[in-house]
Ligand binder design. Structure first.
Ligand code: SAH
Length: 230
């Protein structure tokens, strides 16, 4: 039974990725491969509709982003997630994107997740251990940290790619500071109405910002504010 269920979940994950490709959200071979390799079903609480294209509650007033948002952010960052590159995932939640980043940057690269709810860091660690990215955790190319992600993770900066999975009222300066020249930050900005912004640090250190699309994310805030927002 265990094996039957396992192969069923892999097939359902592949169907989800095929549909995202059909709708033009998954564009590149690299994003398609990584989303097929990292099974979304291993990152959502048991019994939730793992392969439906919608966000889902994961406790602590947080959600796992919808598959189309994961895909869109991976596509926006694909050139900045090449083998050997450094990537930071702020508000790593379930660890899904951190796992994708680790697979893409490979053993010579570095994928860092920062999440301020310790229970979610434990949850994401277990999820990743059950996934194809498990060896990245063991070998140290993937690490997860309990911290306020508004400060980034200076220990392993600078980064080629920074993703923020929660909406900030404005772009936190430490994240811009921790971006490599040539690097890219993808971040939802706003309160009720939010824009997914793409911040490119140019080689001369100047910064270009553009809006990709309108989005709806949970806030990037303090732990106390998040847990009291019931
Ligand atoms: N990409 C994640 C998104 C999780 S939701 C996923 O798909 O699983 C956003 C996450 O940001 C939540 O887990 C929330 O706890 C976290 N978060 C919010 N504010 C934060 C902060 N200041 N520092 C670190 N994490 C934060």
């Amino acid at each position: 039974m265990e094996r039957l269920w396992t192969s069923g979940s892999v097939d359902r994950n592949k169907e989800l990725v095929d549909r995202l490709q059909l709708y033009g959200i998954v564009k590149s071979k690299k994003v398609k491969e990584v989303m097929e390799t990292i099974d979304r079903g291993l990152f959502v609480p048991p019994d939730s509709a793992s392969y439906v294209d919608s966000p889902m509650p994961i406790g602590y007033n947080a959600t796992i982003s919808a598959p189309h948002m994961h895909a869109a952010c991976l596509e926006l960052l694909v050139d900045h997630l090449q083998p050997g590159m450094n990537a930071l995932d702020v508000g790593s939640g379930t660890g899904y994107l951190t796992a994708c980043f680790a697979m893409m940057v490979g053993p010579e690269g570095r994928a860092v997740g920062v999440e301020h709810i310790p229970e979610l860091v434990d949850f994401s660690t277990n999820n990743i251990r059950s996934s194809a990215a498990s060896s990245c955790l063991n070998e140290g190319s993937l690490s997860l940290h309990v911290a306020d992600g508004r400060l980034g993770w200076p220990e392993l900066a600078p980064y080629d790619a920074i993703h923020v999975g929660a909406a900030a009222p404005e772009i936190p300066q430490p994240l811009i500071d921790q971006l490599k020249p040539g690097g890219r930050l993808v971040i939802p900005v706003g309160t009720i109405f939010q824009d997914l912004q793409v911040v490119d640090k140019n080689l001369d250190g100047s910064v270009s910002v553009r809006t990709e699309t309108s989005v709806r994310y949970v806030p990037l805030t303090s732990k106390a504010a998040q847990l009291h927002n019931n």
